[in-house]
Design a protein around this ligand. Structure first.
Ligand code: HEM
Length: 395
C-alpha cells in the first residue's frame, strides 16, 4: 500500500503570511496531497490537484461545512457556501442575480465616486493607518448599501465578518469571543429578515421577495444575508491592504503601473494570486477518492489550499515574485467551480475603482512603520498598516 505523505507542521501556528508561504512550500514538497494528523485532515497543496478538487463538487462536498470548527460548520449549514447541488444551485440562483455583471456595471460609476472621495480624503491626511482608513473603509462604503442594509449596527458589520472567517479555523483562544460575536450577527440578520428592514429593490430585498414567491424557505433569508456579508468585506479589505504593502515595497512597479493604467485588471489578478486573501475553504470527501496518488477516505476533511496553489512553482514561473504585468487569469484566489466567488465582479469593480483613484493621486506609498499582521486562522490580512501616501503633485 502506498505511503500517504504526512507532516506534523502546525498550519495554524502563525498568521504571518511569509511564514505561511514557507509552510505551503514545504507541504508542496512533501506531496500534492498531505495528511495533517494534528488536524485530522488532508491538505491539497499543488495547483493541479487543488483545481481538480474544487472542480469535483460531487466527491468533495461543502454541505458538511467549509471550515475546521464543527460548531461554525453547524451554524453555516444551509448557506450557499456550505451547501451542495441541488440546494446550492437553487440558493445561488437567488444570490447570483444581484451580482451579475449587468447589475454590477450599473453601479460602477457610484463605486468609482466612492473610491475617488475616499482617496481624496486619505491623500489630504497623507499619513494614515491604511487598514481602517482605506482597506476596510472601501468595502464598508460599498457593500452595506449594495445589500440594502439599514444604518444601524454598521460599525459592527466588519467585526462580525472578521470573526466569521477566523472561526472557520480550528478552536483557538479567540473562539469564545468569536462565537459571541457570531450569535449577535445571526440575531441581527434574523431581525432584518423578520422585520423586512432592508432597502426596497436591494439584493436583500430580492431574497425576501424570492421567499414571498416560495422559491426559497423564508428561514433561509438570514443565512443568505450572512452569505454575502461574511465573505465580502474582509477579503476585499485584505486585498487592499496587500496592495498598499506590495506597492510600498515595490515603488518601481507602482511607477510603471502609473504609466500603464490599462494593466489595472492584470494587477488585481496578480494581487489576488500573490497574496490570496483566503487560505482555502475546506470540503469533506463524499466517498473514497484518489487524488495526487493518495486515497482520501470517505468522510475525511480535505483542505484545498488555494493560497498554496497560487504560489505553486509547478504552475507559475517565479511564483514568489510579484509582477503586475503577469495577469494570471487562472489563479484560484476567488475559488473555482460551483462555489467560485459569487461576488468577484463586485470585488473587482471596487479594486479597479480604488486603484485608478490612487493612480491619479498617489506618487508612491511609504511605510512609516512595520505593518501588523492580523491574527486570523483563514484570512491573510493586516491589522494595521502605517503608511504615507505621497501625493503626485507633492512628490
Ligand atoms: C477580494 C475579494 C474576495 C475574495 C478573495 C473572495 C474569495 C472567495 C472564495 C475563495 C470563494 C470560494 C468558496 C469555496 O470554494 O467554498 C468565495 C465564495 C463566495 N464569495 Fe467571495 N471573495 C471576495 C469578495 C466577495 C464579495 C465582494 C462578495 C459579495 C458581494 C462575495 C461573495 C461570495 C459568495 C456569496 C460566495 C459563495 C459562492 C458559492 O458557494 O456558490 N465574495 N469567495
Amino acid at each position: 500500500m502506498a505511503v500517504v505523505p504526512t507532516t506534523d507542521i502546525d498550519m495554524f501556528a502563525t498568521s504571518d503570511q511569509r511564514a505561511r508561504y514557507e509552510q505551503y512550500r514545504q507541504l508542496r514538497e512533501v506531496g500534492a496531497v498531505v495528511r495533517l494528523p494534528g488536524l485530522d485532515a488532508y491538505a491539497i497543496t499543488r495547483y493541479a490537484e487543488v483545481k481538480a478538487a474544487l472542480a469535483d463538487h460531487v466527491s468533495y462536498i461543502s454541505g458538511e461545512g467549509v471550515g475546521f470548527n464543527s460548531e461554525l460548520n453547524q451554524l453555516i449549514r444551509g448557506t450557499t457556501i456550505a451547501s451542495d447541488p441541488p440546494e446550492h444551485d437553487l440558493l445561488r440562483s437567488v444570490v447570483g442575480p444581484g451580482l451579475t455583471p449587468r447589475v454590477v456595471r450599473a453601479r460602477t460609476e457610484e463605486i468609482a465616486q466612492k473610491a475617488r472621495s475616499l482617496v481624496a480624503e486619505v491623500v489630504s491626511r497623507a499619513e494614515i493607518e491604511g487598514v481602517a482608513e482605506l482597506a476596510e473603509a472601501m468595502p464598508m462604503s460599498v457593500i452595506p448599501d449594495f445589500l440594502g442594509l439599514p444604518d444601524r449596527n454598521r460599525d459592527q458589520l466588519y467585526e462580525w465578518a472578521k470573526v466569521g472567517t477566523d472561526m472557520l479555523g480550528p478552536v483557538t483562544e479567540r473562539t469564545p469571543h468569536n462565537l459571541e460575536m457570531a450569535a449577535l450577527s445571526f440575531q441581527f440578520n434574523h431581525e432584518l429578515a423578520a422585520n423586512r428592514e432592508v432597502a426596497p429593490g436591494s439584493i436583500c430585498d430580492d431574497m425576501l421577495k424570492a421567499a414571498d414567491r416560495g422559491v426559497i424557505p423564508r428561514e433561509k433569508c438570514p443565512l443568505l444575508f450572512i452569505d454575502y456579508l461574511g465573505p465580502s468585506l474582509e477579503t476585499t479589505a485584505a486585498a487592499i491592504g496587500h496592495l498598499l504593502v506590495v506597492f510600498a515595497e515595490r515603488p518601481d512597479q507602482w511607477a510603471a503601473l502609473r504609466a500603464e493604467p490599462r494593466l489595472v485588471g492584470s494587477t488585481i489578478n496578480e494581487l489576488v494570486r500573490f497574496e490570496s486573501p483566503f487560505r482555502g475553504f475546506t470540503r469533506v470527501a463524499a466517498h473514497d477518492t484518489e487524488l495526487g496518488g493518495v486515497t482520501i477516505p470517505r468522510g475525511a476533511r480535505v483542505w484545498p489550499l488555494t493560497a498554496s496553489a497560487n504560489r505553486d512553482e509547478r504552475k507559475w514561473e517565479h511564483a514568489d515574485e510579484f509582477d503586475f504585468r503577469r495577469n494570471p487569469i487562472d489563479h484560484l484566489g476567488f475559488g473555482y467551480g460551483t462555489h467560485g466567488c459569487a461576488g468577484q465582479g463586485v470585488a473587482r469593480v471596487e479594486l479597479h475603482a480604488l486603484i485608478h483613484a490612487l493612480l491619479e493621486s498617489v506618487e508612491r506609498f511609504e511605510l512609516t512603520g512595520d505593518p501588523v499582521i492580523a491574527e486570523n486562522s483563514m484570512v491573510n490580512t493586516y491589522a494595521e498598516i502605517p503608511v504615507r501616501l505621497v501625493a503626485r503633485n507633492a512628490a
